[in-house]
Write a protein that binds this ligand. Structure first.
Ligand code: ADP
Ligand code: ADP
Length: 226
């Protein structure tokens, strides 16, 4: 786990769009931050800059003590869960979860231990030999989370992970993520436009508008509900 410091970062895309405009957020070790705001407000750009999938135009991002502006995505000690799952279709559930660790040269026993643990947490134990196409949408999303968990990163990044699921599954997975959060306590940044997800999951909600932080506070402060 680690704190994440986002200091005065901006993103100006080729063509001059200022998608993120001098945003600062101090995220404590173990804190769960939810980014909300209207479509086009810069949520995804901000998350992708933390992930290293997008360069930073100005400002600094630190994960723990380390400034990561120029650090490769693979070396950032983060794991991202994508909206479209981004699973490898030709690989089994087990292989999908193990692949990134294998590439890093981790030893087989440690990989097996981590995959078994993640499968247990995510109720995937009976599905380890299946291919993604043989799974339901909720199960696929669990595999995507499993792949992030096995990395044991300092920080999880979630990019609208539940928005491709139907309403019932969304509620179910929302509470699974809540359980996961209680169990692992990993620092997280979570993008959504679902207010219930924000209220359920967030320690603090960050409302972006036009690339700037419009409001930042507890769900209660932001949504004015008991
Ligand atoms: P959100 O995730 O909140 O919907 P985005 O971060 O995707 O917002 O987009 C923020 C702004 O940046 C929008 O105006 C969008 O059109 C623009 N934008 C996003 N990606 C690119 C890109 N690759 N090139 C140019 N402009 C982009
Ligand atoms: P690696 O284990 O070296 O990351 P992969 O093929 O799994 O190899 O990933 C290819 C690229 O995608 C790498 O840059 C990696 O950091 C990134 N990547 C893969 N999975 C994730 C994830 N869950 N979160 C963030 N980045 C990821």
């Amino acid at each position: 786990m680690a704190s994440v410091r986002i200091e005065e970062i901006s993103k100006v895309y080729a063509g001059g769009v200022r998608a993120v405009d001098r945003v600062s957020i101090d995220i404590a070790d173990g804190e769960f931050i939810v980014l909300v705001g209207p479509s086009g407000c810069g949520k995804s750009t901000l998350l992708r800059m933390v992930a290293g999938l997008e360069t930073v135009t100005e400002g600094a991002i630190a994960i723990g003590e380390r400034i990561v502006n120029e650090v490769d995505p693979a070396d950032r000690d983060i794991a991202m869960v994508f909206q479209n799952y981004a699973l490898y279709p030709h690989m089994s559930v087990r292989q999908n979860m193990a692949y990134g660790l294998k590439n890093r040269g981790m030893d087989r026993a440690e990989i097996a231990r981590r995959v078994a643990e993640a499968a247990g947490i995510l109720h995937l134990g009976d599905y380890l030999e299946r291919k993604p196409r043989q799974l339901s949408g909720g199960q696929r999303q669990r595999v995507a989370m499993g792949r992030a968990i096995v990395r044991e990163p300092a920080c999880f990044l979630f990019d609208e992970p539940l928005s491709n699921l139907d309403a019932k599954l969304r509620i179910e997975m929302r509470s699974e993520i809540k359980q996961l959060q209680k169990r692992l306590g990993t620092t997280s940044i979570y993008v959504t436009h679902d207010q219930l997800e924000a209220m359920t999951l967030a320690d603090r909600v960050v409302v972006l508008n036009g690339g700037r932080v419009e409001q930042i506070g507890t769900p209660r402060e932001v949504y004015h509900r008991p």
